[in-house]
Every structure is written in C-alpha cells, then in structure tokens.
Ligand binder design. Structure first.
Ligand code: UT7
Length: 334
C-alpha cells in the first residue's frame, strides 16, 4: 500500500506589517476591540508593486522544496488553493508553474476558501496513492487586503484578514503519512461569506465598467456572527470524524492546527477537546486570517519551532466560505 507523506513545508508573508493601531487610524476601530474579539495584533498586507499571489506562492514553494530535498524540475503536479487568484482567469497554478520555470506539468486551482488547502491536500493524497504523481506541490496563498473595505463600513470584516502563502510537498511513502482526509460543503450558505463580483451571472449590460455604479460587490461580504456559529459546530464535527475514522481519541493528537479564523474559535475548539496549550498551534496574532494560506503557513512555522517531530499525529481542520469544512489526520514523517 502506498501512502502519501508531507516531505517539506514552507511559507512566505509580505513585509508590510499592518498593526491594529494603523487600522484605527483609517476606520472607527481600536486595538482593544480587535484583540478581544479576534486575538489579532497585526497582519501583513502586500505591496502591490512587488507582491502577487503567484510570486508569494513561489517563495513558499521554494522553501518547501528545499526542505523536502526536491528540485523544482521534479515537481509533477501543482495544486493551488486560492480564492484570490492574480487574474479572474486563468488560475494562479499556471502562474506558479511559470515562476518555478516549469513547463507542461498539470496545475490546478482549488477555490474552496479557508478549507482550500485541506481540499488540495486531499486531492494530492489521492493522486499519490494511485501512483499517478510522485512530487506534488500543494499551495495555499491569498491576497485578501485588496478586496477589503478598509473604511468604517467594512470594519467587521476588514480587521480579521491578511495576506500570505504556504506550501507543502507531498511524496509517496511506505509508512502511513496522511492517514485520512474529510471534506464537506453546504452551498445553502454561499452568500453568507462571499465576494460577488466579477460574477458571470450579471447580465451583459451590467458588466460594462461604466455601468457598475455599486462596486461593493467586489468587496468581501461576511455575516460574521452566523459564520462564527457554524464554524464552531463544524470544526468539532470534522475533527471528531477524523479521529473516529482512525479509531483515535483526542489524546492521540500531538498537534492541532486549526485554520486561523479567529482566536476565539481556536480557543473554543481547544477547550471543547480539552487539549493543553502546547497541543494547539496559533499564529493568527501575527498574520490575521489568511484564508487558504493559514494552515500551510502555520504548519511551516510549527515545524520551524520544533513542534512537529517524527511520528507526531497532526490534525488539521478548517471551515469557511461555501460553507466548506474539512479535516486531515497526518502521521508526521521526517
Ligand atoms: O475564515 C473563516 C471564516 N470567517 C470566520 O470564521 C469569522 C467568524 N466571525 C468572526 O470572527 C466574528 O464574527 C468577527 C470578528 C468578524 C466579529 O466579531 P463579533 O464578536 O461577531 O462582533 P459583531 O459583528 O457582533 O459586532 C459587535 C459590535 C457591533 O456594535 P453594536 O451593534 O454591538 O453596537 C459592531 O458594530 O462591535 C462592532 N464592531 C466593531 N467595533 C470596533 C464590529 N466590528 C468592529 C471593529 N471595531 N472592527
């Protein structure tokens, strides 16, 4: 039986640090509210003159490839999770392929928001198990800052998001690496967290730039309260599903990396599961919510900090727009 394993992880975040005090200067908010409601102290925003989703992803990918001991030319499949691709089309996977100097290998974008990285990981796992690919680059990268309403009107959403990229290299393994993945969605809630435009269902006459009088459809709309309530339920369900599928209990988890949506959500899950602080990794304080980037960025930092060791049981879990939610249980292999 062939399994897949994570052979290397990497990340890249833009240089520009946006503090809560900076946001307080451009909208009616304050450091106390943001820290108390979200746990976020600062996040990174891109410099549009320098950073793109694809070039941040390329930096994260090169780090992951180096740590895996894999040359870029040996990558045989790119899976790119993002909802903020550089162009409306094509996706950013092909742009990453170009940045890495590769030609003709397949590149596929996955548009499942905060759950996107786990969806991509699950897809990579299947392709490796069937023997089709040997070095799959799995990326989660986002530029949220350019889609935020950075005025008081958008403050309920704008203060939580940030930009960044993370990557993982998946390879075949005789020892179990990825133990199981679990994917879900519920499209009834699509409009509770979405960016409407540029939507193809807009009538042709409304798609002329001079006809677009209301540009709010290009900004992130989020029903924060409702998303929060669903998130805490789905996170718990999908973590339990992963544990049950592997005949494990919460005591078998060495490290839980929840998608970094809101520190209150992570703390709620931690408390419900009864996990000690050292078994839950959070970095939302420094980066905010980077959507598909959040889990691979956190995995890369956790590995750098020595929090992921051989045979550790790593649990990943995410919830976000769609709604979509997902989990993965991984036997970490060095
Ligand atoms: O990534 C996956 C998907 N996303 C999530 O999982 C996010 C889930 N939701 C959340 O994290 C939270 O709902 C938010 C952090 C977005 C908002 O926190 P909340 O505790 O749900 O606040 P709220 O929207 O209920 O607003 C409470 C109050 C309101 O004032 P009133 O009506 O009580 O007077 C808001 O106007 O806080 C006010 N408020 C703010 N005040 C200062 C909302 N945003 C801000 C702000 N600064 N940035």
């Amino acid at each position: 039986m062939t399994y897949s394993k994570i052979a290397g992880v990497g990340h890249h975040v833009p240089e520009t640090v946006i503090t809560n005090d900076y946001l307080s200067g451009i909208m009616d908010t304050n450091n106390e509210w943001i820290v108390e409601r979200t746990g976020i102290h600062e996040r990174r925003f891109i410099d549009p003159a320098r950073d793109t989703v694809a070039n941040m992803a390329a930096k994260a990918s090169r780090m992951a490839l180096e740590r895996a001991g894999v040359k870029a030319e040996d990558v045989d499949f790119i899976l790119f999770a993002t909802i903020t691709s550089d162009y409306y089309f094509p996706g950013s996977g092909v742009l990453l392929q170009r940045e890495l100097g590769l030609e003709s290998i397949p590149a596929m974008d996955i548009k499942n928001a905060c759950s996107g990285f786990i969806y991509a990981l699950s897809t990579a796992d299947q392709f490796i198990k069937t023997g089709m690919y040997k070095n799959v680059l799995v990326v989660g990268a986002e530029i949220q800052s350019t889609a935020l309403d950075l005025t008081t009107r958008g403050r309920g959403t704008a203060v939580i998001f940030g930009d960044g990229a993370g990557a993982a290299v998946l390879q075949p393994s005789e020892q179990p690496g990825v133990l199981s993945t679990h994917l879900h969605s519920d499209g009834r809630f699509a409009e509770e967290l979405y960016v409407k435009d540029p939507g193809s269902s807009r009538p042709h006459e409304e798609r002329q730039p001079e006809q677009i009088l209301d540009t709010s459809g290009f900004k992130v709309h989020m029903n924060g309260n409702l998303v929060f309530k669903h998130a805490v339920v789905r996170f718990m369900e999908v973590i339990k599903e992963a544990l049950d599928a592997n005949d494990m209990t919460r005591d078998d988890i060495d490290l839980l990396i929840p998608h970094q949506a809101n520190l209150r959500i992570s703390n709620y899950i931690q408390q419900k599961l009864g996990l000690p602080d050292e078994k839950v990794y959070n970095n939302i304080m420094r980066y905010g919510n980077t959507t598909a980037g959040s889990i691979p960025i956190a995995m890369s930092e956790a590995w750098e900090e020595g929090k992921l060791k051989n045979n550790d049981r790593l649990c990943l879990a995410a919830f976000g727009s769609g709604f979509t939610w997902a989990s993965a249980l991984i036997n970490w292999q060095e």
